[in-house]
Ligand binder design. Structure first.
Ligand SMILES: Nc1ncnc2c1ncn2[C@@H]1O[C@H](COP(=O)(O)OP(=O)(O)OP(=O)(O)O)[C@@H](O)[C@H]1O
Ligand SMILES: [Mg+2]
Length: 302
């Protein structure tokens, strides 16, 4: 496993940062960490990159315990809300980061060229960062994170300042890293982006994980069934209401929610065995955004 955490917990004094986070991320995976503002996503990443000490729990990154210097050389990190020195040029910043990664001169120079091409800032490197647009600043930050050709890349909201083209480019960077067996942990509020790119995800709220699993399974944890049926008796309807008490029914169509695919067969049996004429039964996934809102707002009401 590239990341393995066991009940990783951080308190800021008596205030919770994140609590009992247990996840594992395998090689070549893109892992999405989602949650509302203040949920604990950045706190979790900061512990994994060594910027914060956990209050309790354990974690291994690239097979090494937290803080291991060799492992850190293979980690790239784009922090959220970073602010670089305005007077530095892009080139200065990259050289500074190359020196932090202890790249030798020849390698540093080749890597700087490469990452500038990747983030599409070639030709802007000799301008001061103070003159860069927000999106360009995010791009130069990403370039720094890519400098060591990291085996593991942490991206804390990498596309918040980017235009749609920039967002697509970052998605492509992530998938190209994945195709080379690299691993990415992504914090993002852009759920369509997470849905498109992540293999696995965890949803965290008030410091704790409330949903965790493969993206496929998370998306299938709620399905909407659209049913076209004739000769619908009240007996059939009552049995269907037992699956979803908030189902909607108008003339010959029913829309209802089910928890997993196995219920599709049960619903069909209830209709057919009850003498209904089933013409259509189509399961539809809800978007990650919809699922997220449901989960977060749902747990709020409890
Ligand atoms: N240095 C700190 N001192 C005290 N509390 C902190 C500190 N950093 C974060 N917190 C608290 O920890 C909790 C989690 O914050 P964190 O920054 O990890 O959230 P987040 O999920 O990254 O949110 P966002 O989506 O807004 O970036 C919040 O309640 C926050 O106020
Ligand atoms: Mg954050």
């Amino acid at each position: 496993m590239v990341i393995e955490t066991e009940k990783l917990t951080k308190y800021y004094g008596s205030k919770i940062g994140c609590r009992d986070i247990t996840i594992s991320v395998g090689e070549g995976e893109i892992f999405g960490f989602l949650g509302p503002n203040g949920a604990g996503k950045s706190t979790f990443i900061k512990m994994l990159v060594g910027l914060l000490f956990p209050t309790s729990g354990r974690a291994y990154v690239l097979g090494k315990p937290l803080g291991d210097v060799e492992a850190r050389k293979k980690i790239g990190y784009l922090p959220e809300n970073f602010k670089y020195q305005d007077w530095m040029t892009g080139e200065d910043l990259l050289s500074f980061h190359a020196s932090l990664y202890k790249l030798d001169k020849k390698k540093a120079s080749a890597k700087k060229e490469e990452v500038l091409e990747i983030v599409k800032l070639k030709g802007h490197e000799n301008y001061r960062i103070g003159t860069y647009s927000k999106g360009m600043q995010q791009r130069i930050g990403l370039a720094c994170a890519l400098l060591p050709d990291p085996d593991l890349l942490f991206l804390d909201e990498p596309t918040s300042a980017l235009d749609p083209i920039g967002r697509k480019e970052v998605r492509e960077i992530m998938t190209s890293l994945k195709s080379r067996g690299k691993t990415v942990l992504l914090n993002s509020h852009l759920l369509s982006e997470v849905e498109a790119v992540c293999d696995t995800a965890a949803i965290i709220k008030k410091g704790s994980i409330i949903k965790y699993g493969k993206m496929e399974d998370i998306l299938e944890s709620k399905l909407i069934l659209e049913i076209h049926v004739e000769d619908l008796s009240s007996e059939i309807l009552n049995k269907l209401i037992a699956f979803d008490s908030s189902l909607t029914c108008s003339s010959n169509s029913i829309q209802m929610e089910i928890k997993d695919r196995s219920a599709i067969h049960n619903v069909a049996s209830i209709i057919v065995n009850g003498g209904g004429k089933l013409y259509e039964l189509s399961p539809k996934r809800v978007s990650l955004e919809n699922l997220f809102l449901n989960l977060i707002e749902g747990s709020e009401q409890k």
